[in-house]
Design a protein around this ligand. Sequence first.
Ligand SMILES: NC(=O)NC(NC(N)=O)C(=O)[O-]
Ligand SMILES: [Zn+2]
Ligand SMILES: [Zn+2]
Length: 509
Amino acid sequence: MDNMLLWRVFPLLTLLASFLLLFYVQNSSKLSHKECSLLPYQHYWITSKRIVTPQGVVSGAVEIKEGKFVSIVKEEDRHWNSKVDHILDYGDAVVMPGLIDVHVHLDDPGRAEWEGFPSGTKAAAAGGITTLVDMPLNSFPSTVSEETLKLKIKAAEERIYVDVGFWGGLVPENAFNSSALEGLLNAGALGLKSFMCPSGINDFPMTNVSHIKEGLSVLAKYRRPLLVHAEVQQDSEGHLEFKDGSYDVRSYSTYLKTRPPSWEEAAIKELVTVTKDTRIGGLAEGAHLHIVHLSDSSSSLDLIKEAKRGGDSLTVETCPHYLAFSAEEILDGDTRFKCSPPIRNAANKEKLWEALLEGHIDMLSSDHSPTAPELKLLDEGNFLRAWGGISSLQFVLPVTWSYGRKYGLTLEQLALWWSERPAKLARQELKGAISVGNQADIVVWEPDVEFDLNDKYPVYLKHPSISAYMGSKLSGRVLATFVRGNLVYREGKHAPAACGVPILARRKD
Ligand SMILES: NC(=O)NC(NC(N)=O)C(=O)[O-]
Ligand SMILES: [Zn+2]
Ligand SMILES: [Zn+2]
């Protein structure tokens, strides 16, 4: 009899349990949505006189629903206004696609004391960056296998305020092991990255052209890019001329001489022999090579132009610090400005701007590469021993704008270099533009508002003191940042929960 009763009650109990579970899941997801966004709703309109779309800058409104752009209406077609509940009116402020930074070292896990996912992505959100792609080195271990990529993804869980993708590392250890590379790519790496000179990190050794060729042939199948740090040490120049010890380690010109433009040129000369295979009908058709942080705007750039003209699948980025600073201005001992390749002279900078404006440089990235302040050796000011890397993530939008204005930089160009092209490189079809159907990743900012980057300014980077931009006056204040429709940052305040998601490439897409 007891047994019979149990059999009758059991289905009822299961049903009750399912209801409770459903109720719990629904409520917890509501709660988490609330914490992901500073807005209490998911369907709203944004209006502005300057919305940057692929069709140009328009005055009007964009409708956002459940994280996507569902309509874009111009001012002259005003009938949208009638039955709308929630409108965020930004007036003259610019509404632009969120920035996509394809070159960031967040150093997490393993060296999170240098930066870390929470601080780095909070800084990104405050700077209008809605997606970033993390580099495979400076964290520990380096992201060079399926297992180490999984460690990254785990470390990022619920700790990122913007969306984060991951490049995998191409190193001698995995370059000739196609199943290891495929494991890394199948696990979701958006592409691979390698160095042609020492990286400064022991567990991330450099590759030569044979490794790069192997990597490209695997990447061709996945249609994902290889990013390369293009400098090859030349013994005839550079460091060897300092043998006699008669040099000043605190002088920037000393450092500059250790890494002449010929290092970049030598690397790119080798790379363009390989990128020929990426042409239509070539052995590595489908692969793509992307040169990171170009500094030399002379011979290196000429080689890139020629390869592109020939049909090689090749792109190149430069970084705001090469466009903002010149070697002549860097003060003795100010190692905040040390990076590789180095910041060169003012004439080189002018030519970089020219190349960017003429379309020979495809995009921008921060190459945010911070460290612990002790390793920047700011007291000692030794340019040869200090950590190489510029800390900049939160400031790239105002920096590009402030320094680009005198060249007549347009809002459309900003969106092209910082959103559209980077989205294409990282194969993010639903990101990088304010278009119907895309994810609603947005930065709202005021180009004419100036601010002093002083100690009172809210900087979210882990170590503001090592940033080369501290102490400068910039133009272009970020008002609000939306990631997939969530208002993740508004005027000095972040959403309570870190709701960025890891971006993983789907198998063989
Ligand atoms: N280990 C690094 O982060 N290196 C970086 N350092 C720079 N750029 O000075 C880089 O991207 O090459
Ligand atoms: Zn590099
Ligand atoms: Zn880098």
